[in-house]
Design a protein around this ligand. Structure first.
Ligand code: ADP
Length: 357
């Protein structure tokens, strides 16, 4: 077990003029579960592969524990990686697959047998130890891949989208298993996913990446409640936060001709962020013309237009398609972002925000 530290880490692929990732600073505590999340192409895999030693580091330093590992081979880094495609040896049994890495390192037969038995027990694979991977389900294969990582007792686990080949239901249960296992083993973990829900539910802290740079680092709820930018606001949370062009004039925040709240921020254009669950359909408020309704069973998400801008609201009533309803806004629950930079405006000083009468 070890802490992990990335300092000013960057990567420029050969032949490319732009870095794939740049200036990445992340300190990961011993035993912490960190999830790298962001859209395709934001640099998650590049970062993970640099930590694993599968990709050279163009700038900065990567440390595992006290050791600078930039120049070390993957095998010398004391990490175990779990891949999306499982990467199991098809001709070996489950037992042999799990034992392979240890055998290569010259671990004694007795220790190998003990660790494989322990991992198989934790992962409920005991009945499958003599099977070949092709005779296993996708979920079982992923468990074997986990088992192979566990038996090595590494300083850190690296996960590269390990659940993306599983169906939705299995993904949810495997997510829970991974989290429980990691907590039980208390092994530092770095996990890559493009799925914000997976990131929210697994992470001690999220690292949201955008275009090869860190957009925000924080505990999932902290990031959800105080997104640092419009990028984070629209990426974390489903339905996505609605972002609307608004204005502040004389301390009053307004959208089109509708005054919404008193705010302490300076006059000018501003991007207003509203989460669907912070809004409700009420007798008075912003007029929303409904153009789409998502019936989710426990919830109804009502989508529509306020003037020319899109807004989503969680509805407890019975708003109907093509109807115009009024949406009440809680002034303590709104988010403001600088329209030019997309950065969160602080303080939106909740105390200063009060409804316009
Ligand atoms: P993600 O995992 O978030 O989808 P990647 O780390 O795979 O993102 O990619 C980040 C950027 O680096 C992308 O612009 C991608 O096209 C580029 N890239 C990734 N791998 C290579 C490579 N082997 N050679 C050149 N460019 C690459």
């Amino acid at each position: 077990m070890a802490h992990l530290s990335l300092r000013a880490v960057g990567k420029t692929y050969g032949g490319s003029s732009q870095p794939a990732v740049a200036g990445i600073d992340i300190e990961i505590a011993d035993g912490e579960f960190i999830v790298l999340v962001g859209p395709s192409g934001c640099g998650k895999s590049t970062l993970l592969r640099m930590v694993a030693g599968l990709e050279t580091v163009s700038a900065g330093e990567i440390r595992i524990g006290e050791r600078m590992v930039n120049k070390l081979d993957p095998a010398e880094r004391d990490i175990a990686m779990v891949f999306q495609n499982y990467a199991l040896y098809p001709h070996m049994t489950v037992r042999q697959n799990m034992a392979y890495g240890l055998k290569n390192r010259g671990t004694s037969k007795a220790v190998i047998a003990e660790r494989v038995a322990e991992a198989a027990r934790m992962l409920e694979l005991g009945a499958y130890l003599d099977r070949k991977p092709r005779a296993l389900s996708g979920g079982q294969r992923q468990r074997v891949a986990m088992g192979r990582a566990i038996v090595r007792q590494p300083a850190a686990f690296l996960f590269d989208e390990p659940l993306s080949n599983l169906d939705a239901k299995l993904r949810v249960s495997m997510r829970m298993e991974i989290r429980k296992l990691q907590q039980r083993l208390a092994t530092t973990a770095l996990y890559v996913t493009h799925d914000q829900l997976e990131a929210m539910t697994l992470a001690d802290r999220l690292v949201v990446l955008n275009g090869g740079r860190v957009e925000q680092i924080g505990a999932p709820l902290e990031v959800y409640r105080k997104p640092a930018s419009t990028f984070v606001a629209s990426f974390i949370g489903a339905p996505a936060m609605s972002l609307l062009d608004a204005r502040i004039d004389g301390g009053v925040l307004s959208l089109d001709d509708h005054a919404l709240a008193r705010v302490g921020n300076p006059a000018g254009p501003v991007t207003l962020g509203l989460r669907a669950e912070d809004l409700r359909i009420a007798p008075r408020g912003l007029p929303l013309t409904v153009d789409y309704i998502e019936e989710l069973g426990a919830q109804r998400i009502v989508h529509g237009m306020v003037g020319a801008q899109r807004l989503a609201v969680i509805d407890t009533g019975a708003a109907a398609l093509n109807q115009t309803v009024q949406v009440a806004i809680d002034p303590t629950r709104l988010h403001l972002f600088d329209t030019a930079t997309g950065r969160r405006m602080e303080p939106v000083a909740e105390a200063v925000v009060e409804p316009v009468s």
